[in-house]
Write a new protein. Structure first.
Length: 322
């Protein structure tokens, strides 16, 4: 059976990244989308509950836990499975708080590890291993959101911004802004809109600058007054009768992980067999290999860890050359 399909119009949810400074109207923009399940990590959306701007909220939860975020995405998927009309939008306000909490949790783990080893807590920083784990979790969460959008659910990610600075002479100069969230996460979104406001004739006017729009409804660089879901409503509702995409990126990621693990096991088996061969050449070869294994502090050469494989390859090359 082929993995390919014929191209056709598909019903997918919009993946929207909303950025901007505090008070720029990010949350109000997100709340303009229909039938919302909201994750409120800043207790900011609670101010709109029961009011005009909060009229589209069907369900809301206050949390900044990434574990809760993953569970929420699964729960929304189940809700849509049971009743396709029950939910149309998932709002995460803000992604920044979830990402910061993930980093804080990783640092707490590092500090506990340092405390157990008698290290200095104040000098503890996130290790390369922790950053790798943060990236892995962030990627999985992004894939879960993409899978949910494939079921027809709009994903609205609200993010604070941080300054981008470059050193010029002795000072750092602000050259721009970027979303304060996982690195490169912005690539996953169909629409990116940066919110800001201007005071015109004594009144605050909320505006949005389009940074990206895969739908083609708006153009990059376009400035829109009081942007809302209405801009993309016709585009989305014109696809309601179309088929959905069968997507499971998390499962695909697991498939690749299993493939890599299989390759590692095959490589490990190959190296162990080569080690046995060079050690079987003579008692001298065996003694040399044992000495090098002890020198490299390899605990069990017949079941090496991933980090020990390179050392074993070096030992095989040395002993095999004699």
């Amino acid at each position: 059976m082929s993995m390919f399909r014929r191209p056709s119009t598909k019903r997918v949810g919009l993946k929207v990244l909303v950025t901007g400074q505090t008070g720029s109207g990010k949350s109000v923009f997100g709340l303009s989308f229909p039938k919302i399940v909201a994750l409120d990590s800043e207790a900011g959306l609670s101010l709109y509950e029961g009011g005009v701007y909060g009229a589209n909220i069907e369900h809301i939860a206050n949390t900044m836990s990434v574990a809760d975020l993953e569970e929420a995405v699964d729960e929304v998927a189940e809700m849509v499975e049971d009743d396709p009309k029950s939910v149309e939008t998932l709002i995460i306000d803000s992604e920044t708080k979830f990402y910061q909490n993930l980093q804080h949790s990783a640092l707490e783990v590092e500090e506990k590890r340092a405390r157990r080893k008698g290290g200095e807590i104040m000098d503890t920083n996130l290790s390369v291993r922790s950053w790798g784990r943060i990236k892995q979790i962030s990627t999985k969460l992004q894939n879960l959101k993409i899978d949910l959008s494939a079921k027809g659910i709009n994903i609205i990610s609200v993010s604070q911004v941080e300054d981008v600075k470059e050193k010029k002479g002795e000072a750092f100069i602000k050259t721009g802004e970027r979303p304060n969230m996982a690195k490169n996460a912005s690539y996953d979104y169909d629409i990116i809109i940066n919110m800001f406001n201007e005071v015109i004739n004594g009144e605050v006017v909320y505006k949005g600058e389009i940074k990206k729009d895969r739908t083609g409804v708006t153009k990059v660089g376009q400035i829109i007054d009081n942007p809302s879901y209405l801009i993309w409503k016709s585009h989305q509702e014109g696809r309601k009768g179309a088929d959905k995409i069968e997507s499971n990126l998390v499962q695909d990621m697991s498939k690749d992980m299993n493939s890599l693990e299989k390759e590692d096991l095959e490589k490990e088996k190959s190296i162990v067999e080569k080690l046995k061969e060079v050690m079987a050449k003579s008692p001298e070869h065996q003694a040399k290999a044992v000495a090098l294994i002890q020198e490299k502090k390899i605990k069990n050469p017949l079941q090496p860890t991933a980090s020990e494989l390179k050392a074993l390859e070096e030992i095989i090359a040395i002993v095999g050359a004699e």
